[in-house]
Design a protein around this ligand. Sequence first.
Ligand code: IPE
Ligand code: IPE
Ligand code: MG
Length: 245
Amino acid sequence: MAYALGAATAVAAGEGTRPRHVAIIMDGNGRWATERGWPRLVGHRRGAERVKQIVRACPDLGVDWLTVYAFSTENWKRSTEEVLGLMKIFRRYIEREAESLSAEGVRMRFIGGRERLDRKLQDLMASIEARTAGNTRLNLTVAINYGGRDELLRAAQRLAARIARGEVEQPCEADLEGCLDTAGHPDPDLVIRTSGETRISNFLPWQAAYSEYEFTPTLWPDFTPQHLADILDRFGLRKRRFGGA
Ligand code: IPE
Ligand code: IPE
Ligand code: MG
C-alpha cells in the first residue's frame, strides 16, 4: 500500500491537544555568547545545559518524543576550534548524562551520518543507545552530522540495495521511510526554531512535511521549559487538516 505510515498522531486540534513529538532547531548559541563578548563555545556549553532542562521537562508536558538538532552536515564549515569544541561538548554530555538519562527512563538515539565523527564519540553514542534501549518514558533523538538531504540520499541507497536483492519490488512511501535514520519514529507534530531565523536548514524535510512550525526570537541558551510550555499551549489552538477539507 502506498500510504505514508509515519503520519503524525496529534491530529485533532482544539483546546488541550498536545504534540506527542516535538522537534527543535536549537539555534542562537553563538549570538548569545557574542552579545556578551564571550567566545561562541561558551554559548554552546550553555546550550547543552538547556538541553538537559528541556529533556527533564518533556514528560510532564505530555511530550514523549523529543528530537533536537545539534550539528548539521553544513556545520563542518565552521572553524576547527568551534567544531572540535562542539564534538567535545557532545562527548561530555553523553558521558555525564548517561546515568541520569538511564535512571529517568529516557531512550536516547542519534540520527545523522556517523562515519565522519571521531571513534570515541561513535562508541559513546552506540553504548548509550544500547544502555537506554529498554526505556519508554521519553524518546530523545539527537541529530548530529544530520542533514535531511544526506539522510534521503543514504535512504535511497539502502532502498536501491533492497530492490537489487529482490526484497522490494514496487517501492512505496513506507519502504523509503523504513530506510531513513528515523525508521520507526513518529513524524514530528511540531517543529520549533529558536533565535528568530525562519528557515529549516535541512532539518527533517521528509518527516516534517505536515508538521506545525513555531519560530521564536528567543536564543537557545535563554529558552526555558516555560517557553516550551507556552508554545505547547498555543499548539492546541491550531487546526491541522493534512490536506482534508
Ligand atoms: C546553534 O547555534 C548550534 C549549532 C548550530 C551547532 P549557532 O552556533 O548556530 O548560533 P548562531 O546562530 O551563530 O547564533
Ligand atoms: C541549524 O542552525 C543547525 C543546528 C541548529 C544544529 P545553523 O545556525 O547551522 O543554520 P543556518 O546556517 O543559520 O541556516
Ligand atoms: Mg545558527
